[in-house]
Design a protein. Structure first.
Length: 157
């Protein structure tokens, strides 16, 4: 009785709204396929995410040659101190023209130092980040290619 098509024009209705073409049973089948589709895409997304993480780990290992991250990060921080000092000076000098408040000069110096330090760290770690990104994208591309071939098999015969 629930499978009868209440609308002779081929549209199933529910609470006065048009839902899916076909019978109520067809509408339930479409909902099932939507659930299956969601599960398949969630699995695919999980595979992409995990492959990206694996790639990032391998890129990190390749850049550090199996070594520890601590020496690299320490060197990056030491190298970023020069741009931070320049940022402090520029920040304090920029506040000189507006007000002669010591608090404003210190705040602008702190802001300039923070920006300079951030830029210095980013500059020093650019090759490290490129290695991680390149390896992660390579692994993701491989999973995407495999997924495409599953959906679009090539018949060489």
């Amino acid at each position: 009785m629930h499978d009868a098509d209440p609308c002779p024009s081929g549209w199933s209705t529910g609470h006065g709204f048009y839902l899916f073409p076909g019978s109520a049973k067809a509408a339930r089948n479409k909902a099932m396929s939507l659930t299956e589709w969601s599960k398949a895409n969630a699995d695919y997304g999980r595979k992409l995410f995990n492959s990206g993480l694996e790639g990032a780990r391998s890129g990190r290992e390749a850049f550090l040659h199996g070594g520890s991250f601590a020496p690299f990060s320490g060197k990056s921080v030491r190298s970023a101190l020069k741009p931070a000092a320049v940022g402090v000076c520029l920040g304090m000098l920029s506040s000189r023209n507006h007000h002669k408040s010591a608090a404003r000069s210190l705040a602008c110096g702190l802001l300039g130092g923070t920006i300079g330090f951030g830029v210095g760290i980013a500059w020093q770690s650019r090759r490290f980040a490129a290695s991680i990104l390149s390896a992660a994208l390579g692994r993701i591309e491989k999973v995407r290619d495999e997924h495409w071939l599953e959906k679009n098999p090539i018949d060489y015969a």
